[in-house]
Design a binder for this molecule. Structure first.
Ligand code: BTN
Length: 247
């Protein structure tokens, strides 16, 4: 992954551009990276702050797996980025469900996977990764400063962006190949994901499309869904949401 690709100084969104490349037949693993994004996109239609000094890129994956297994891509990407940051910055971020990477409780990375499916087949997926690598903390807009941070702000280390990008691809590669083989390999990745996940075991309040729910976070399954024990003992399964607080 990432052996072929293109780098732009500035784009609207690397995910949008990578989807266009995918539709025009870009090969598997094609990388689209940018120095900055004018219209970086986050989950749930949010804007993703993408100034220079961050690492903004997307990978095209062609016919990666059946549609029902698509959530695995995001889980693998989080693990790959976590490993890459651990190696390059020598500090391993935590994972917050569904797919944020945090350092000391603040977000350093987000993953946005977008899928184009034909029936039960994924035609292509675009996995977009945004890492707040060398952004100074005071460069974040005020409303983000409590929630966001960068590797530089947390470790004092300047990240070589090309190296970090290459490391993410190198970590993602074997995990991605492992998807074709079933079973154990993925279970090990899920264990790694769960061990790094700060949400599990906590009492959490989660904003979902159907309202706010509260309970104890128990586990995440291979579809990325969060299993919780609700306040009055009922089991809750959430496929998407935003953890508002945990303790
Ligand atoms: C999130 O909301 O946590 C996901 C953020 C994903 C941001 C990355 S930056 C590269 C790629 N291009 C985009 O427009 N978004 C993703």
């Amino acid at each position: 992954l990432g052996r072929r690709g293109i780098w732009h100084d500035e784009v609207d969104s690397t995910n949008t551009l990578a989807s266009e490349w995918a539709r025009r037949g870009a090969p598997n693993g094609f990388l689209v990276a940018a120095g900055r994004q004018r219209g970086g996109r986050g989950r749930r239609g949010r804007v993703w702050f993408s100034p220079p000094e961050g690492l903004w890129f997307s990978l095209v994956l062609t016919r990666p797996l059946p549609l029902r297994r698509a959530p695995e891509l995001t889980l693998l990407a989080s693990v790959a980025v976590r490993r890459a940051i651990a190696r390059v910055a020598e500090a391993a971020p935590d994972i917050k469900w569904p797919n944020d990477l945090l350092m000391k409780g603040r977000k350093v990375c987000g993953v946005l996977a977008e899928i184009r499916a034909e029936g039960e087949l994924v035609e292509h997926a675009v996995v977009g990764i945004g890492i707040n690598a060398n952004i100074r903390h005071d460069a974040f807009p005020e409303e983000l400063r409590d929630r966001a941070t960068s590797i530089l702000a947390m470790t004092g280390r300047q990240m070589p962006l090309a190296l970090l990008c290459a490391e993410v691809c190198n970590q993602f590669d074997p995990l991605y190949r492992g998807l074709a083989e079933t079973g154990e390999g993925f279970a090990r990745v899920m264990d790694e994901w769960s061990d790094a996940c700060v949400t599990l075991g906590q009492w959490v309040r989660v904003e979902t499309p159907r309202g706010v729910v509260e309970g104890r976070a128990l586990a995440v399954d291979e579809s990325g869904a969060l299993h919780m024990d609700g306040a009055d003992g009922q089991r809750i399964v959430l496929h998407t949401g935003e953890v508002l607080f945990s303790h």
